[in-house]
Design a protein around this ligand. Sequence first.
Ligand code: ZN
Ligand code: ZN
Ligand code: ZN
Length: 448
Amino acid sequence: MEVVDAQFSHQISLLLEPPSPLQVKEYFHELTTTNHLHGIQVKPTNHYGKGVYADVDFEEEELVLKDQMLVGMQHSSNKIDCLVCGCCFRFIGSIEIQIGRKLYLQGLGGGPHDDCFNEKVELLMHERLELPHSKKFPLPEVINCPGGCKEVYYCSKYCAQADWDSCHSLLCTGDGSKSISNKALSKFIQHANETNDIFILAAKAISCTILKYRKLKAACDKEKQKEKNHLSDVLGNHNFSLLLKAWKPLSMGYKRRWWDCIALPDDVNVSDEASFRMQIRQLALESLELLKAAILDEECLPLFSLEIYGHIIGMFELNNLDLVVASPVEDYFLYLDDLPETEKKEVDEITQPFLDALGEDYSVCCQGTAFYPIQSCMNHSCCPNAKAFKREEDKDGQATILACKPIKKGEEITISYIDEDLDLEERQALLADYGFICKCARCVEEDA
Ligand SMILES: [Zn+2]
Ligand SMILES: [Zn+2]
Ligand SMILES: [Zn+2]
């Protein structure tokens, strides 16, 4: 066992204890009330812990829920393709910046273009070259990170501040960073980018919890100063109860250790399963050591145990939804394509070289992964009544859940965790990775 794990085994088991039905009820009641979410209710159930239920009737295709993520990230490999807000994941800048930046970054890898074209790309990226009709697709202005890292950008001062306060201040590599060592932080990020970028999301979850803990503690210290009658010997326990409070949003997600629940890749032999799982555990340990060097907080030590780190990543593995935001570059080129023939010819002369250079992937979506507190409570069905689906107007990283058939008040809202078109055996095999045997109406029927 790792040192922190042994020393804090009691605290760790308290952090990992599944919430009681009452805690589930209270937490989600507060969450749905503060976020003004109507028409749904999260309730404890006897089989799976909790489920989401309709509080009103929904028609087919009606919006059931827009769920604000708890933590989310853009995949590192997607950062060349899209410039998005680091907080709400909206596209930012302008059509020119989106196209110019992507071509410029691709060109750094040694593109086939001539100097004249490269010059145009740089002009585009710095918005000194305007493309026809681009103003019809306005995007929010690019706001820098207040810590000065030049790694993350935002759509507004509001998003910049919200991200800074909730988690980025500890994970920023700029001069204003609140990390222990920016060098150590860069090492952690590099390791994640080379191995599995899910570690970056785990770091965000830990950072959020630490910062929330510090806020709670500051508020508590203020109270105490007013009272001036506290006993210092209860301080230790008292701080842990604040850590539990800060951890609460994460405590609600269903968890297993990452190395226990990760699906065995197709290229790994079943006989090598044990050593594969050991390797995954080792990888997590390496990452955790790097993260400790960057942001360790002595008062939040249990968070830096391998047990907690493994369970956070396992929670993402079991619950996360793909974060997808459609690119405005696609809309832009579709618009140009629809112009009257004479004008189209004129416009094409300017835009075609860029479109050619972008190639088939001219409008890659923003792609990432995120944990959504309410969507993650939705149970699976192979004949679900709802689905995650982004509509034209959904331009940020929130999860959008639509009814895919009429739902009656009181009914449970279900989604499919897997491809529903697979046959019974394949579905059951995939669902086994989630740790359950599906007993939905369709499975029962097909089994009989
Ligand atoms: Zn934003
Ligand atoms: Zn920063
Ligand atoms: Zn089923």
